[in-house]
Design a protein around this ligand. Structure first.
Ligand SMILES: NC(=O)C1=CN([C@@H]2O[C@H](COP(=O)(O)OP(=O)(O)OC[C@H]3O[C@@H](n4cnc5c(N)ncnc54)[C@H](OP(=O)(O)O)[C@@H]3O)[C@@H](O)[C@H]2O)C=CC1
Ligand SMILES: O=C([O-])CC(=O)C(=O)O
Length: 440
């Protein structure tokens, strides 16, 4: 990119301070403008915001930053500059900028994901983006580090970066919200307690999305337990269609495809129609009855029912836990790849005859699954961000019985969070043998 300096600045701020280590860095610390939750899972006596924006065809000098009369901070570091791109002709064909909000932005998954988003590999080479990153007082320093790395990556399509600990600020006009931040389950933490702690985060974020996000925002919940967190989030965001909320089960789909390909001795692009049914937990059901290998039903290629019902199923259900044992932390790179896959599946037409899995709200589903939960099911998209459920799937007794188990688990989780979904008093009696993929 060709930089030419201008004398005036359009990067407006409230109470800007230069960082000693980072001259472009600007920061505000004020009382939060919005605080709606009664649960207060994070300490928010203040919020910190660091943000930046880039407008084409201008350059400005960082030292010339001025105060914003409205007090709305809107840029971080180099993203406060405006500049000419060498490829000015190309930028004329760029689409309108979209706002992408990411929570848990200083975490492991985000550390992979943000760079994929900014590179253009997710939304395309003609789609400029703004990244709005949500952290906490715990992570604000790390988040500055993330923003600095984004600066140093020189991504032309990355037009704005905002970092903040205020969800109302981060979700403002968000067209996509990728909700990754959640407390990991540590030793001695009851699953019911985790549902409550993380549920409070998602109730608060649902309220914030409801208040300020785009009315057609697409929300992908990654933080565990992601199905029930997604349910809590959508219940707290009645202004956004419930259909727009997803719980990430794409990683499970990818894991299942990999295992089938390995067993059949084919490359994994030969595996299609892979449904993960139900919860992102060890009760999830990787559906080998409807999946295909090279266009054929899996059972015609892998004639080993015992392997399919036992080894394959358990391997997919517990893959996350095995990885944690090896790595000492949960899947981050492959999770970020699967988030990219999940987004791309919604913004590109699904190949003829195929489908993808996503945890979505059960509202008039054709499979007889209980309504009013978030359940992973087979979806197809026209590429407009929306999806429809696939009708032509078959069931046998084995599949029905497995579906009933994961459904029962989600119904029990739902009862545990009734106080967060506006449905009364929580009663938590979870089946003892069900776990997150990372728990074994
Ligand atoms: N659905 C799926 O397929 C998968 C889901 N996951 C889940 O994704 C989530 C994020 O994973 P990953 O990025 O590896 O995790 P990290 O621990 O690296 O990051 C998680 C982030 O969550 C935030 N967080 C929010 N609330 C709390 C809290 N109370 N205590 C501690 N941290 C908190 C922290 O950021 P901050 O301080 O800024 O809030 C932290 O940076 C986890 O819930 C994990 O279980 C992981 C793999 C697959
Ligand atoms: O439990 C975790 O954090 C890890 C997880 O979801 C997975 O690997 O599928």
């Amino acid at each position: 990119m060709a930089l030419t300096q201008l004398n005036n600045s359009t990067c407006s701020k409230t109470q800007l301070h230069s960082s000693s280590q980072h001259s472009f860095l600007s920061r505000t610390r004020t009382l939060p403008r919005h605080y709606h939750s009664t649960f207060a899972p994070l300490h928010r006596t203040q919020h910190a915001t660091i943000s930046c924006s880039v407008a084409p065809n201008q350059v400005q000098v960082p030292a010339a930053q001025t105060q914003d009369p409205k007090g709305k901070p809107d840029c971080y570091g180099v993203f406060c500059l405006t500049y000419d791109l060498k490829a000015e002709e190309e930028t004329k064909s760029w689409k309108k900028l979209i706002n992408i909000a990411v929570s848990g932005a200083a975490g492991m998954i985000s550390n992979h994901l943000l760079f994929k988003l900014a590179s253009g590999e997710v939304f395309g080479p003609d789609q400029p983006i703004a990244l709005k990153l949500l952290g906490s007082e715990r992570s604000i320093q790390a988040l500055e580090g993330v923003a600095m790395e984004l600066e140093d990556s020189l991504f032309p399509l990355l037009r704005e970066v905002v970092i903040s600990i205020d969800p109302y600020e981060v979700f403002q006009d968000a067209e996509w919200a990728l909700l990754i931040g959640a407390k990991p389950r540590g030793p001695g933490v009851e699953r019911a307690a985790l549902l409550d702690i993380n549920g409070q985060i998602f109730a608060e974020q649902g309220k914030a999305l409801n208040a300020v996000a785009s009315r057609n925002a697409k929300v992908i919940v990654v933080g565990n337990p992601c199905n029930t967190n997604a349910l809590i989030c959508l219940k707290n965001a009645p202004n956004i269609p419930a259909k727009n909320f997803h719980a990430l089960t794409r990683l499970d789909e990818n894991r299942a495809k990999c295992q089938l390909a390995l067993k059949a001795g084919v490359f994994y692009d030969k595996v299609s129609n892979m449904t993960i049914w139900g919860n992102h937990s060890t009760t999830q059901v990787p559906d080998f009855l409807n999946a295909r290998i090279d266009g054929l039903p899996v059972k015609e290629v892998i004639k080993d029912n015992k392997w399919l019902e036992e080894e394959f199923t358990e391997k997919v259900q517990k893959r996350g836990g095995v990885l944690i044992q090896k790595w000492g932390r949960s899947s981050a790179a492959s999770t970020s790849v699967s988030i990219v896959d999940a987004i791309r599946s919604l913004i590109t037409p699904t190949p003829e005859g195929d489908w993808f899995s996503s945890g979505v709200y059960t509202n008039g589903n054709p499979y007889g699954i209980a309504e009013d939960i978030v359940f992973s099911m087979p979806c197809r998209s026209k590429g407009d961000g929306d999806y429809e459920l696939v009708k032509d799937v078959i069931f046998d007794d084995y599949l029905r019985q497995k579906l009933a188990k994961t459904e029962a688990e989600l119904l029990a989780e739902k009862k545990c969070v009734a106080h967060l979904t506006g449905e009364g008093i929580a009663v938590c009696d979870l089946p003892g043998d069900t776990m997150l993929p990372g728990e074994m």
